[in-house]
Design a binder for this molecule. Sequence first.
Ligand SMILES: Cc1cc2nc3c(=O)[nH]c(=O)nc-3n(C[C@H](O)[C@H](O)[C@H](O)COP(=O)(O)OP(=O)(O)OC[C@H]3O[C@@H](n4cnc5c(N)ncnc54)[C@H](O)[C@@H]3O)c2cc1C
Length: 425
Amino acid sequence: MLARHGVRVHTPHSRLFTTTTRRSADFTHAVIGGGAVGLAIARRLQQVDGAQVVLIEKHGMVGSETSSRNSEVIHAGIYYGHDTLKTKLCIEGKQMMYELCEKYRIPHMNCGKWVVAQTEEQLAALQGVHDFAKSIDVPIRFISKDEAQSREPEVRAEAGALESPSTGIVDSHSYMQFLQGDFEEAGGITALGSPVSMIRSPSKSQPDWRIWTAPPGSTSPVPESPSPQSPGPNASHDDNDTFITAETLINSAGLYACGINNMILPPDRHRTPFYAKGTYYSYSKSHPKPSTLIYPAPIPGHGGLGTHLTLDMGGRVRFGPDVEWIESPVDLAPNANSERFRAALEDIKSYLPGLDVDSVALDYCGIRPKLGKSGAQNTGKGDFIDFYIKKEEGVQGFVNLLGIESPGLTSSLAIAEHVYALLYK
Ligand SMILES: Cc1cc2nc3c(=O)[nH]c(=O)nc-3n(C[C@H](O)[C@H](O)[C@H](O)COP(=O)(O)OP(=O)(O)OC[C@H]3O[C@@H](n4cnc5c(N)ncnc54)[C@H](O)[C@@H]3O)c2cc1C
């Protein structure tokens, strides 16, 4: 819960504001959204001399939306094409993530990944991934049939297999716990249970951002829906809401970031969110169990990277996520639709024929925050949408992050550095 110009100040880590720099606002920066990306940004900005950052999160804990509903893969950066933020920030973020995890003993593993092809057409897709990775100096290599057979005898790769040795996995919860701890230790404030309900941008009479939050669990305005893409007639605050002021505002609200964008920018700059749900499946048998991640060849235009096999830090195998376009950002219940389940099993069996289908069960879902019905891979055919990270023009001190889908977890530390550069360089 967050309150300055209301009554309450009740944060897990609050302190009096007696800095030497004279400023009119309560905070130098307000970051909306305590997922992996918002946490990384808040931590980075708190490191600036004289900064006083508040991280505003509507739930009672950080990282409880998309950042804890993903594959936890440290991606190599081999799918997103030349001159894109996704490629740049994924490659930089991967390096930073490995270094940070190493330094602070955050559980992670550089287990590598194989992308496997069963047909000549799929092999051509692998060739494209290979050539792109080579062109940007990301380690990649084809492995021979003999090597594939001897290293992972249970994996089927009829037409070929591509190995990405710099891919890995991370315990995303430990990672976010570290980011929150480091941020707060540096003096940052995490305001939990604080759904942002209204925002007023700086004006001549009021030079700072004013950010209202509703009481915890409140269903009022925008982000809680029913239509998070537009503020609607309820975009106001009531007497129970309280506000703080900040010099700059960072929108890192994940699935609700378009709603925050639409609260601030004029109608011609409003954005419509798209949601691509991905369902995961657990596997209760101890074999087959490859020692590396296994991905099918990417399918052009597909919203995800195919129903792949990942491992978690506990050594458990899981499969997923598939792609299902949905209307609501709260539609998180695993879908028991047998057609979808059958399709996933077919996909998995294509590269893992020894799969015991009776040991596969519905697990959890995550929702990709998309800006259109775009593909996960950049095929150069115009069906790819990059991360949107901009210091917006015409509004003072506003950094806007939209469409932070995969590889957002991998990129989070580099995104934080990028946001810092937008504000300070
Ligand atoms: C199925 C799936 C698989 C993925 N796999 C990978 C992977 O293997 N590797 C990888 O690198 N990336 C992966 N990603 C992408 C990655 O999970 C996301 O890019 C990343 O977690 C985004 O983090 P975030 O902080 O931007 O968003 P979120 O984690 O969604 O955080 C946003 C936060 O904002 C808060 N919020 C929203 N509205 C308000 C408001 N009004 N007031 C206050 N708080 C608000 C929310 O409660 C939430 O905590 C995957 C994503 C999905 C869906």
